[in-house]
Design a protein around this ligand. Sequence first.
Ligand SMILES: NC(=O)c1ccc[n+]([C@@H]2O[C@H](COP(=O)([O-])OP(=O)(O)OC[C@H]3O[C@@H](n4cnc5c(N)ncnc54)[C@H](OP(=O)(O)O)[C@@H]3O)[C@@H](O)[C@H]2O)c1
Length: 252
Amino acid sequence: MIFNDSLFRNKNILVTGANSGLGLDVCQEISNLGGAITGVSRSIDKQIFSKQIKTVSSDLLNTVSIDFSSKDLDFEKFDKNVKYDAVFLSAGVSKVSGFVQTDEETMESMFDINVIGQLKLLRYLLKKKLVKSNASIVFMSSINGTSLGSKGHSIYAATKGALNGITMSLANELSKKRIRVNAIASGLVKTPMFIDNLRLAGEDSMKEYEKTYPLGFGTPNDVSNLAIFLLSDGARWITGQTYIIDGGHSIA
Ligand SMILES: NC(=O)c1ccc[n+]([C@@H]2O[C@H](COP(=O)([O-])OP(=O)(O)OC[C@H]3O[C@@H](n4cnc5c(N)ncnc54)[C@H](OP(=O)(O)O)[C@@H]3O)[C@@H](O)[C@H]2O)c1
């Protein structure tokens, strides 16, 4: 039995999208389990980040500001002495728009943030040997691009499908070092990203939509529990998989 309060003691975990939603929840939970977090997001000074994580364990928190939509990604900000046991890539944006109506700038920036910028970061960490043998890498994907394709989500689904694809190939490549690579394809979870969707769709249609989720929409903790399992040594025989977690939406 490996699950206890010190599951992540002496472990370094890098989390992108660390100041909000699912990334923030994973930071808080892992920090409670003894892990030292390097949190990456564009705006590291957001109230929520400093307030909620620092109260857990300020000494275990390192923050790095990287804008994945920028062409000049500065990874030299990372401490080369810290080697990671787990990497959770949660940064992402979702812009709802019909495919034909989506301008090129939006398409490119969604791919830069959701895919390219984070793959560049991961490649940098692997090249510099900052990811330990036996480490676990988890991408934050979506049911959009995995088991369904909602209207207005073509580009978003394409970015998430790309993450599912690399999950399988990279898992094979990194298996020599016993580094595992998995993805989580989540349904709708109540985070700031959800609030944006709610604003667009309106409260009534969201309530109607929630009926297609047998267990209702998720909370950040519903998903971070799965992330934490996959990031931990408890999942040492799992690699190359994309796990759907959606309150039963896909079987409704
Ligand atoms: N919530 C859902 O229903 C849901 C469902 C399926 C999948 N997901 C996926 O889960 C992940 C986390 O989503 P969430 O709901 O937690 O969203 P969220 O609360 O909106 O958080 C998004 C995170 O991404 C970071 N980010 C956005 N643009 C960035 C950029 N240019 N450079 C660096 N970081 C950037 C944000 O940091 P800044 O604030 O500093 O920009 C923030 O930390 C995303 O990949 C999303 O696609 C979410």
